[in-house]
Design a protein around this ligand. Sequence first.
Ligand code: NAG
Ligand code: NAG
Ligand code: NAG
Ligand code: NAG
Length: 485
Amino acid sequence: MAAALRSSPLILLVRILLALSITSAHRTPGKQQAERLIRSFNLSPNESINIFHNKSSTEPAGLADRRFRFPGLVEDAASASSIADLGHHAGYYPIKNSYDAKMFYFFFESRGSREDPVVLWLTGGPGCSSQIALFYENGPFRINRDLSLKWNDFGWDMVSNLLYVDQPIGTGFSYSSDDRDIRHNETGVSNDLYDFLQAFFQGHPEFVHHDFYITGESYAGHYIPALASRVDRGNKANEGIHINLKGFAIGNGLTDPEQQYAAYTDFALANKLILEADYARINQMIPACVQTTKQCQNQDDACLTAFDQCNDIFGDILSIAGDINYYDIRKKCVGELCYDFSNMENLLNLDSVREALGVGNIDFVSCSSIAHEAMLGDWMKDYEVATPPILEQGLRVLVYAGEYDLICNWLGNSRWVEAMPWSGQSSFVTVNMTSYMVDGQEAGLVKSFGPLTFMKVHNAGHMVPMDQPSVSLQMIRGWMNAAKS
Ligand SMILES: *[C@@H]1O[C@H](CO)[C@@H](O)[C@H](O)[C@H]1NC(C)=O
Ligand SMILES: *[C@@H]1O[C@H](CO)[C@@H](O)[C@H](O)[C@H]1NC(C)=O
Ligand SMILES: *[C@@H]1O[C@H](CO)[C@@H](O)[C@H](O)[C@H]1NC(C)=O
Ligand SMILES: *[C@@H]1O[C@H](CO)[C@@H](O)[C@H](O)[C@H]1NC(C)=O
């Protein structure tokens, strides 16, 4: 168990620690556990959540959308001409149906065509800032050692108008002065994001008619289907501005815990993380996990039990596998460190950057242990069930997974996608995976029927756009383009 704790990396992950703490002899407060996990990404937020009670001393002066430019952006000859009129925005929108929540976002107008779709990206955790993806996965730039920025040729802003939001409230630069704005489930999360999108499109009416896609990773496997349902409901009820939702994409997500927890041992055996004897023993834990997970779907008080029982499966595998990085089984963690995202915090703490962004005295909470803990009762809820109503309208769904991720592995994702009942299911299951080619090489395996696509990405772990930037850009571009034909 200790080894597992040490090796914990990034996102979904914070929770595993908590699970281990619950089942281990030495119980430490969940918050402490989460903070330990956060350190494994080499992050060190000063606050465990952005909820403060003295507005006058903390709230940023201007709460508007502003165009900004990162002070450390290195201009290269190729892009110098376009830098002058970068459409880069950052700011806050107040969340209407909250007590006092303000949600922070970055918005990067497309480097391709202004007519490109609007794409929302959500990082998981729960409780980690979407800026992890901005700077380490699919954003317009990467951070140099000296905290200057270089352009990322494979940023998704090459093909979309790209929006990153810090959520749930209290995460990243998003904040409130009221504890009641801390979220505990997808109802709260999706309502806040819906309110955010309403405010965003009101502030940017020129983008209202663009195609709109929801994307993200890891725990966003919960957020994304929940938000798609919320947008769909708002559209049908004419609640506000009609949002031109065309589909959603989930990368290495946690969507259907029952299917996904039951797949851990098969994935682990196939990848030689455990032996046959371990496999047989650990498999005996699956029926109880499955049963309580089923109960959790309509009985909230079963959800933490399900969480503990199911995470024992994962914890057991880790205790055998040793110090592997469970976001990428090809890698090991060195000491506490599995990834090093500390430059994101260093960058966002520079006075010049904070001033450009207009965040006032608000701390940057890279991952919020409190926002994370608050969502634990949501963890084992199934969001596969939110997907068929989206598909039946012809809206497109892409589920993709880097093949070396353990925690939200491709096998569990493939299983829930195959098992999902919808009108195209019987056809989808008969389709074989075929090669997905990028630059003349097989970059993954893919299958599609109608609006549903599943893709397994080669040579990638949990964070596909970080590990395979070019493949991920072609994937998202191709998928969105296919919607037009
Ligand atoms: C934490 O606070 C210290 C002192 O104010 C500051 O120098 C540091 O950058 C902060 N770190 C983070 C991650 O906010
Ligand atoms: C709130 O902040 C202001 C400005 O820093 C300070 O003058 C005031 O004493 C603070 N109030 C409380 C209750 O801490
Ligand atoms: C979601 O959480 C809120 C508290 O934040 C609670 O009032 C509400 O009943 C919960 N909704 C569901 C569907 O669990
Ligand atoms: C899928 O692959 C199997 C085994 O290779 C083959 O028998 C089957 O005909 C294929 N199905 C389709 C629709 O191509």
